[in-house]
Write a protein that binds this ligand. Structure first.
Ligand code: NAD
Ligand code: UDP
Length: 328
């Protein structure tokens, strides 16, 4: 039985990855410090014979007994609101955390896959974004803490590959959604769905003409799984190329949820990218992968999840005014 360590296991993507590796017959060690994650996401694995959980901050030295075959490093705040609130932790988990995990991979002779992001392209001047585009990132803008941590993460990962011959993989994840996203994490899907469920107006930042391309979680997990088992060491985009403006997306959510509320417009946060769409030619060719779940199906599943939350969860996590964190 192979063993995989998954950091960020109590988060949205990490918990789905734990499920996938358990289903494939691996022994899974989940690690998290709960800074943006939730114990609830792993509750169903609590008594599973092949699952173990270690509460640990990966920016501190990591000690694991026994062998490791694979490491998936997914620990990091991922929502703009989260990384604006905890910028130093974001920089540390991408840099010191990644360094610790690369060191662990080297010591255990394990293969490591790191979770990078479309944010390495910044506010892109090339559209759709191909892996050979170097990006347009403002190092000192509010999003710089995340973008630069992820860019450093890619660089140190390649250095470990080149210098120590470590087996490394880099996935550039584009906006992914699905059940277990935190309702108050500030990302657009939980934000709009939470607002619809609470009977509040939907808040569009800016004029809503900025675009995103949303990938359902099961497609993302499939792409990551295939990339890990491939022999390709350079970054690979995984996302759904179906691009939509945030305004049209809000209209879709209004229809889906049946809310009678309106759209209201707020300031566009500084550095908010105007367009984002993955070019997935490489993933198609290399991994024989492409997304299977359309937005209508994925959004319905996600809405069913948010609807299943208790009243307390819905209101406990009510959308806060985060404006003091943005545009500074
Ligand atoms: P998430 O916030 O739900 O999960 C991140 C998890 O990492 C949380 O459980 C958090 O507690 C944990 N964590 C953070 N810092 C830690 C530390 N120092 N030590 C241990 N655990 C720590 O976010 P997510 O959407 O699941 O994102 C997971 C990864 O995927 C992140 O690395 C993110 O950058 C990347 N990513 C996600 C998306 C997306 O659309 N979901 C897009 C691009 C990249
Ligand atoms: N957005 C919005 N209203 C919200 C939350 C987000 O209009 O309540 C916009 C945000 O400004 C961005 C897009 O939706 O243009 C996607 O934001 P998200 O935080 O999900 O992720 P990003 O792709 O910016 O990292």
């Amino acid at each position: 039985m192979k063993t995989v360590l998954i950091t960020g296991a109590a988060g949205f993507l990490g918990s789905h990855l734990c499920d996938r590796f358990i289903a494939e017959g691996y022994r899974v060690i989940g690690m998290d410090n709960f800074i943006t994650g939730d114990k609830k996401n792993l509750k169903h694995l609590e008594n599973h014979a092949n699952f173990e959980f270690i509460e640990h901050d990966v920016t501190e030295f990591i000690k694991i007994d026994g062998d490791l075959d694979y490491i998936l490093h997914f620990a990091s705040p991922a929502s703009p609101i989260d990384y604006l609130k905890i910028p130093i932790q974001t920089l540390k988990v991408g840099s010191l955390g990644t360094h610790n995990l690369l060191g662990l991979a080297k010591a255990k002779k394990a293969r490591i896959l790191i979770a990078s992001t479309s944010e390495v392209y910044g506010d892109p001047l090339v559209h759709p974004q191909t892996e050979d585009y170097f990006g347009n990132v403002n190092t000192i803008g509010p999003r710089g803490v995340y973008d630069e941590a992820k860019r450093f993460q890619e660089s140190i990962t390649m250095a470990y590959h080149r210098y120590h011959s470590l087996e490394t993989r880099i996935v550039r994840i584009f906006n992914t959604y699905g059940p277990r996203m935190r309702l108050n994490d500030g990302r657009v899907i939980p934000a709009f769905m939470g607002q619809a469920l609470r009977g509040e107006n939907l808040t569009i930042f800016g004029d809503g003409l900025q675009t995103r391309s949303f990938c359902y979680v099961s497609d993302q997990v499939e792409g990551i799984y295939r990339l890990l088992l491939s022999d390709y060491v350079y970054p690979v985009n995984i996302g759904n190329p179906n691009e939509i403006t945030i305004k049209d997306f809000a209209e879709e959510i209004i229809k889906l949820t049946g809310t009678t509320q309106k759209i209201v417009y707020k300031d566009l946060p500084l550095g908010d990218p105007m367009q984002r769409q993955p070019d997935i030619t490489l993933a198609k060719k290399l991994l024989d992968w492409e997304p299977k779940v359309g937005r209508a199906e994925g959004m319905q599943k996600t809405f069913n999840y948010f609807k299943s939350l208790t009243e307390e969860e819905l209101y406990k996590s009510a959308h806060k005014d985060f404006s003091r964190f943005i545009n500074k």
